[in-house]
Design a protein around this ligand. Sequence first.
Ligand code: GAR
Length: 218
Amino acid sequence: MKLGVLISGRGSNLQALIDATADPAFPAEIAVVISNIADVQGLERAAKAGIPTAVVDHKAHDGRPAFETALTATLEGHGVRLVCLAGFMRLLTKGFVDHWRDRIINIHPSLLPAFKGLNTHERVLHYGVKFTGCTVHYVRAEMDDGPIIVQGAVPVLPGDTADSLGARVLGVEHRIYPLAVRLVAEGRARVIGNAVNVDQPPGDGDGTANIVVINPAG
Ligand code: GAR
């Protein structure tokens, strides 16, 4: 399955996907990496891996629909079947999301539907919750909303700062994004209503292929 990865910056989740897709047995390949911002680290990561890149600058387009038309043209020009948002920091219109319905996924650094939006780790610490994590979900028109494919949970530890907690969550993001892409590419993450049913592989009787839990010891 051909992937199009949309980024806006550092691209560490992109790197996790690059590393996963380097395995010939992985059921997906990255056809193009698109950034809405030039000169970001993620574009360098893609170029280093020999993956085609494009910059589609939102500021160079007259309004969101024109920007998104250019995104779709670039994605479809590379034969993309699944769009992976990986730190892509632009809101998308219903028109774009509907065009790619069930063919566009996102990673978010919280256990959705809690802590949608920005500054998740600061808010997690403010509310004193004891577990947080990250989510890969199919994208719907509302921000950080849509059927959940995989979640990873980590403890919030005494003395955590937003940075230490964010680093712990990011480590799990890098595990669950390739896992979610694999489940989608294998046709095992089926949307049923507002949820996802993950077909478990033979032998995985406990049905936890899409759940990652990190214990307090890491
Ligand atoms: C990641 O933590 C990702 O979950 C988050 O941005 C970061 C991008 O890092 N995405 C969102 O907050 C989307 N709502 P990366 O560029 O190193 O992958």
